[in-house]
Design a protein around this ligand. Structure first.
Ligand code: PLP
Ligand code: COI
Length: 365
């Protein structure tokens, strides 16, 4: 399959779809990542043949040999994006081209076969069209899409796999944080780092998340919702959370976010918020920020807000930061006005309630 025949997916409707009444009950309160739609996309790759056998069919289990590469060497990448309901009942994706590009970059970093970007975008569009009844309508809810790719060669030798399966599944979601938490408490990871220079920090590969879980478990034990990682070299500069980027807001109205130097994920929400903040006339710096400075600035009042952002988390205010050597509250510990303004601006574009001056909205129907 090439860019030009990207629309070629064999479609086989799920003969046993979820009953309408069951689906409607599920959509009342879907949580995050627990309920799945009736279909999935698969496309296969093998060396010599390239991408082939594109399908949209009933969501079902894979049958894989126990010696399949992905089980042993974690050659796996994924994406996270959402389809949003529009006021007229239609639906749209948000910047799917950016996810396609990042997926390609992740594939190259993990020495996997890069999927043509147009094929990625079409696969996601088609799945949303097929499973359109699963897009929730409640405020803040969406259909979360999870494109991913696994190495499927059967081999214990360590080398890039010759075979891959690309797959897209979809999950109706509400808020990522239980009860839509107004502000979260972060745990500063001092024992663990997430990514080192030259590593895989800027790739969206499953291994990064596996490596973050011990730190996240430590955060949970310490009564915090999320972990925040410091840079692996100096162990001083704030990088990002396990699954979200971070922004700081100052009393002069300016914003700061860690720069993309290869160890953090280049978030599409991060990029969009930088643009929206600048549209609002706010200055945004992409510069390193040290943890000691964060504490000093929070205590002096120079720092007025901080927030996490990502597809799943949208914009989530950070109320408190804790660690073995640190402990401080940001502002009054609740949601700040700049985070609120940026969140509303982003959601209004995504949900088609505001004009789309940057051409980010990809209407599907
Ligand atoms: N950082 C990490 C580690 C993530 O997993 C995510 C989520 O995808 C983000 C940042 C935010 O990226 P995006 O805004 O593209 O969802
Ligand atoms: C996302 O925001 O899409 C993520 O991938 C974060 C997390 C759910 C892994």
């Amino acid at each position: 399959m090439t860019e030009s025949d990207a629309k070629t997916f064999l479609f086989e409707k799920n003969p046993f779809p979820t009953a309408v009444s069951d689906r409607e009950a599920i959509l009342q309160n879907p949580g995050f990542g627990r309920v799945f739609t009736d279909h999935m996309v698969t496309v296969r790759y093998s060396e010599g043949r390239g991408w082939h056998d594109g399908r949209i069919e009933a969501r079902k289990a894979f049958e894989l040999d126990p010696a399949t590469v992905v089980f042993h060497y974690a050659q796996e990448i994924f994406e996270g994006m959402k389809a949003y309901r529009l006021p007229d009942g239609g639906a749209a994706l948000f910047r799917p081209d950016a996810n396609a590009r990042r997926f390609r970059n992740s594939a190259l970093r993990l020495a996997m076969a890069p999927l043509p970007e147009q094929l990625f975008v079409e696969s996601v569009r088609e799945l949303v069209r097929v499973d359109r009844d699963w897009i929730p309508t409640a405020d803040g809810s969406a259909l979360y899409l999870r494109p991913f790719m696994i190495a499927t060669e059967v081999l214990l030798g360590v080398k890039p796999s010759a075979d891959y399966i690309y797959c897209v599944i979809a999950s109706s979601v509400g808020s990522y944080f239980k009860g839509g938490a107004p502000a979260v408490t972060l745990w500063i990871s001092e024992n663990y780092t997430r990514a080192a220079p030259g590593g895989t920090g800027e790739a969206k590969c499953g291994g990064n998340y596996a490596a973050s879980l011990a730190a996240q478990a430590e955060a949970t034990r310490e009564g915090c919702e999320q972990v925040i990682f410091l840079d692996a070299v100096e162990r001083r500069f704030v990088e990002e959370l396990g699954g979200m980027n971070v922004f700081f807001v100052f009393n002069d109205g300016s914003l700061q976010t860690p720069p993309l130097t290869g160890t953090i994920l280049p978030g599409i929400t991060r990029d969009s918020l930088i643009t929206l903040a600048r549209d609002m006339g706010l200055a945004v710096r992409e510069e390193p920020y040290a943890i000691e400075q964060w504490e000093v600035d929070a205590q002096s009042g120079r720092l007025t807000e901080a927030f996490a952002c990502g597809t799943a988390a949208v914009v989530t205010p950070i109320g408190k930061v804790k660690g073995r050597k640190h402990g401080f509250t940001i502002g009054d510990g609740g949601a700040g006005p700049i985070a609120g303004k940026l969140k509303a601006a982003l959601l209004n574009i995504q949900n088609g309630r505001a004009p789309d001056p940057h051409g980010w909205v990809d209407r599907l129907f």
